[in-house]
Design a binder for this molecule. Structure first.
Ligand code: TF8
Length: 339
């Protein structure tokens, strides 16, 4: 019929006009392939959260986006994946904020021990003005931060003896994250800190290169650290968050509609992950006991002593990160506590 060539002409015509126009931002939802990698296992709440994110995004884009998930540092450790995002070689990762201090040093305020008393306080500060202020420091480094997920309160494990007092720390060789606050706080306690990427921790514990490590309970269980560590001390010494990162090179190609889908999914999956992690931490404590770990508390009195010992380290880094920022963190915590 006459109609079909006419239609074809119109379509071709639009195409021609389209190419003559200056490049305009992407409209609607494009077909995209996304590589998302994390450091922890598929069965860890972080892995479950990433799977939830994939499901939400693929549904809301009507299947136009495909999210390829990589677990257990298959694409590299937190630092390597973050560099891949900066270079546009990977789209998404969810590292701890702790190793990111080389990019945004102010994230180091979340490495101060004993700031939050419970996860709800952490949620309020991370989702509030302070947390958002720190996310805004990322784009100049080629990264977009969309949300904080939960890693959680960290607890100490080791193969030597129970750590129930500050004196028990002395002489232990402990793996820490690649972060100066952690390294120097542990040094102050008489520990010999050995910073390394998380992906190397199990074999370092197994070969006795280090005596111990510290991580939230869900991680200790899902990475089977109990197989190479006898003692678990419930120190809850610091709450370190995860941050949901997107490559800015990728982000800048997205339409407003796509940006909204991505942002909403990162937040929604993050809420799910936080909830799951809180449930899992309780289960993991029981499981780790059942699997033979010897568990002890770390009393409020000993925590106070540890805080005193670490204070010079915190004072030094407060100056370095900005005393206003540190004050804002404590003010926001007090606000949540109703003080
Ligand atoms: C650590 C962190 C890690 C995470 C994960 C590898 O101890 O707690 O478990 O950052 O992405 O390094």
């Amino acid at each position: 019929s006459l109609l079909i060539p006419g239609l074809l002409f119109m379509v071709a015509g639009c195409g021609l006009i389209g190419t003559a126009q200056p490049a305009s931002p992407a409209k609607g939802i494009q077909v995209r392939m996304i590589k998302a990698g994390i450091g922890l296992n598929e069965d860890h709440p972080q892995g479950q959260g990433l799977k939830k994110f994939k499901e939400i995004v693929e549904r809301k884009t009507g299947g136009k986006w495909k999210v390829q998930t990589y677990f257990s540092a298959q694409l590299g450790d937190d630092l390597k994946m973050t560099e891949a995002l900066k270079g546009g070689l990977q789209e998404i990762t969810i590292p701890s904020t702790s190793p990111l201090v080389g990019t945004v040093k102010e994230f180091g305020i979340f490495d101060f021990p004993f700031v939050f008393n419970d996860p709800k306080e952490a949620d309020a500060v991370l989702d509030g003005p302070l947390g958002q202020k720190l996310l805004q420091k990322l784009p100049q480094h080629g990264l977009i931060g969309l949300a904080y997920w939960e890693n959680g309160f960290r607890n100490l494990t080791n193969s030597k003896h129970p750590v129930a007092t500050v004196a028990d720390f002395r002489g232990l060789k402990i793996r820490t994250m690649q972060n100066e606050v952690h390294i120097n706080a542990f040094k102050a306690l008489g520990v010999n800190p050995t910073p390394m990427a998380f992906s190397e921790v199990f074999s370092a514990l197994e070969s006795k290169t280090v005596d111990g490590q510290e991580n939230p309970l869900a991680t200790i269980e899902s990475n089977k650290f109990n197989e190479v560590q006898k003692y678990l001390s419930l120190t809850n010494h610091v709450y370190t968050p995860f941050v949901f990162l997107v490559s800015k090179k990728f982000w800048d190609q997205l339409s407003d509609e796509e940006k909204k889908i991505l942002t909403d999914a990162a937040i929604e999956a993050g809420k799910y992950e936080r909830e799951l992690n809180r449930q899992q931490n309780k289960k993991s404590l029981e499981n780790l006991k059942r699997k033979g770990m010897q568990v002890n508390e770390f009393s409020p009195e000993e925590k106070k002593k540890a805080q005193e010992i670490i204070k010079p380290v915190i004072d030094k880094y407060s100056k370095e990160f900005g005393e206003d920022l540190v004050k804002q963190m404590y003010d926001e915590v007090n606000k949540v506590r109703g003080q």
